[in-house]
Design a protein around this ligand. Structure first.
Ligand code: M6R
Length: 611
């Protein structure tokens, strides 16, 4: 949450920063601000999105060769001009932006209050900034040393970038728990929450680690730990093209990402799955295959959509590998002192690889001796680096705040892992294994087929956009898909939606059913099919409106539902990768019909790096 950008070098800093912030807006868009060094420090900031700040400062002198910028997802203090970053220190000589939460800011604030400081915002950031300035003044040290001393007192998570009026070309940066990438150009450096702000300028990047501090000048990057020892920066080459982070002719990133799924699932399988040879090659899993096979249990740890992928994987692993699987919300798991035994295998699922709860959950489990495997999309992210092994999902950058292509790629990876382990373990027959490999290879085509029917779903969106509530129901492998469909609708259209196992409906939610309640059934042909048909009848008997995701050719449900969305036939284990697609589209088209900003839904951020 919150996006940060910085630049120091010979180019004009402001356009680079603004463009970078637009790319990072998925991380938060409550307010925007920039600080530029041009003889002195200038700070411009405003509540709202990047474009609003841009409009508001047309005509100002924005010339500078060093600057920092911030797009905020509010934690401490409401979204407002005064709470927007950058903040200025009491003397006005320092400007700082921050992503994260300073947990002990109240204690630091009390100390500063006693020294007579007053604050112009409600943020933890302004407190930390003044704390740094106080140390600089009191210890008569330079800014770098003051930051080091201050950060030793801080609990919480942060990436901070600081400008100092007296050091015109230097940005001081530090990280713990929130991401920071530094791009290396020719006599210039770029800083960002991810690599997207620097992609068109350089492919050489350094991922800064926790407890590291960077002194960044145009021609020099010095990395140190908090003990003031120098660290050699590990420079990596980015394998990412600019086109991957642009809309490519689609109205929204979310739509582009939904339509990319045939390709992203294909990319995820490519080089790993060979159906003709009957092999699955995943080196980051192979190394731990014995541990997985002999594990007493596998614990899937994740949040949001990634948690839903974990739920589908629970069914798949238990079926194919006969291993006990538990699926945990990372936020609950990390705090409830879970029993973790040596040899437990944790699979952390995360698109961003930066979700704070998931990261801390696996750090704790790692300390207790568990093997950690990451199923992560963003290469080089914190969760990927903390894991012992795992597999990337290779879905490419996901910019839309609502996760779509990351989910289907997670399912593809988790299915491959389960197939591989089940096959080695002997809990899946040769025939079933070969059939599933063949079918898995066909999934990209089947997703493409499903997408060809998007215009029907667009029409349905018009019909149902004014409903106040939705129920989403499914059983077995399709139960987590129902949860995911409901989450997508809530996020994008602000319509209240609940997901339930279809059979649970009669234990309570059925009381809500009347002629105004659309009930979305995920009702593809699987082992539960007949049971779901009965559940549909129960809704129809109470005059509920039934929208069903059905398998192509299913005349039976088509005859009883008010509306249907069709997917091709597939093995029930693989069906979620198809049945989720119409639900993604339904949420998208309803959000668009209601004229909401579907790529940036209110109150949300793409990467949740706070607890
Ligand atoms: O990056 P992660 O997969 O760890 O993110 C987890 C959730 O924050 C994320 O899935 C969130 O629920 C999305 N907004 C869902 O669309």
């Amino acid at each position: 949450m919150c996006g940060i950008v910085g630049y120091t070098g010979p180019r004009e800093a402001y356009p680079i920063i603004i463009k970078g912030l637009k790319r990072l807006e998925y991380r938060g868009y409550d307010s925007t601000g920039v600080a530029l060094h041009n003889g002195g420090l200038k700070v411009y900031k405003k509540k709202g999105k990047v474009a609003e700040l841009e409009d508001a400062i047309v005509g100002k002198d924005l010339h500078a060769h060093v600057g920092i910028g911030h797009t905020r997802w509010a934690t401490h203090g409401e979204p407002s001009d005064r709470n927007a970053h950058p903040h200025r220190s009491a003397s006005g000589k320092l400007a700082m932006i921050h992503n994260g939460i300073i947990e002990n800011y109240n204690q630091l604030k009390k100390e500063l209050d006693n020294l007579g400081y007053s604050f112009s915002s409600e943020t933890d950031t302004e407190v930390l900034l003044n704390f740094i300035e106080e140390i600089k003044k009191n210890n008569q040290c330079d800014l770098e040393e003051a930051v080091r001393v201050a950060l030793k007192r801080v609990t919480g998570a942060y990436v901070i970038l600081l400008l100092d009026e007296d050091n015109p070309d230097t940005i001081i940066a530090a990280r713990k728990g929130s991401p920071l990438v530094i791009g290396i150009g020719k006599n210039e450096h770029f800083l960002g929450s991810d690599a997207s702000p620097m992609l068109e300028y350089t492919k050489e990047v350094v991922y800064v680690n926790d407890y590291e501090l960077a002194i960044v000048k145009p021609d020099e990057l010095i990395l140190k730990n908090l003990g003031n020892e120098k660290i050699t920066p590990y420079v990596q080459k980015l394998d990412l093209e600019l086109a991957a982070i642009e809309k490519g002719g689609y109205d929204h990133f979310m739509l582009k990402e939904i339509f990319e799924q045939p390709q992203t699932i294909y990319d995820c399988l490519r080089g790993r799955l060979d159906a003709s040879e009957g092999t699955i090659t995943m080196s980051g899993i192979q190394q731990y295959a014995e541990d997985i096979m002999t594990a007493n249990r596998i614990i899937m740890v994740a949040c949001g959509t990634s948690w839903h992928a974990g739920l589908v994987a629970e069914y798949i692993f238990e079926e194919l590998c006969r291993i006990n699987v538990e699926v945990e919300y990372a936020s609950e798991f990390r705090y409830r002192n879970p029993i973790i035994n040596k040899g437990d295998v944790i699979i952390a699922i995360s698109q961003s690889g930066e979700t704070a709860d998931t990261l801390v959950a696996i750090e704790n489990a790692k300390e207790k001796g568990a093997i950690i495997l990451g199923v992560v999309n963003v290469v080089g992210s914190s969760i990927a680096r903390t894991s012992h092994g795992g597999a990337y999902t290779h879905a490419g950058p996901e910019i839309g705040v609502a996760s779509t292509k990351a989910f289907t790629a997670q399912l593809a990876v988790l299915t491959m892992i389960a197939l591989k382990i089940g096959y080695i373990k002997g809990t899946i027959s040769q025939d079933r294994y070969m059939n599933l490999l063949n079918e898995l290879q066909q999934i990209p085509e089947k997703v493409a087929w499903t997408l060809k029917h998007s215009s029907t779903i667009k029409t349905l969106a018009q019909k149902y956009k004014d409903a106040h509530d939705f129920l989403y129901l499914g059983r077995g492998y399709n139960f987590p898909v129902a949860l995911e469909g409901a989450l997508k609708l809530k996020e994008i259209s602000y319509i209240h939606a609940e997901g339930y196992p279809a059979a649970e409906m009669k234990h309570g939610p059925i009381a809500l059913v009347d002629e105004n309640l659309p009930v979305v059934f995920v009702a593809t042909k699987d082992a539960y099919y007949q049971k779901v048909v009965s559940n549909i009848q129960e809704i129809k008997a109470r005059k509920g409106k039934v929208i069903a995701v059905i398998t192509e050719g299913d005349e039976s449900i088509a005859g009883m539902a008010d509306d249907v969305m069709i997917v091709p036939e597939a093995d029930e284990i693989l069906a979620p990768m198809l049945s989720v697609v119409p639900l993604q589209l339904l949420a998208y088209y309803i959000g668009v019909a209601k004229e909401y900003d579907v790529d940036k839904p209110r109150n949300l951020a793409k990467s949740v790096t706070v607890e």
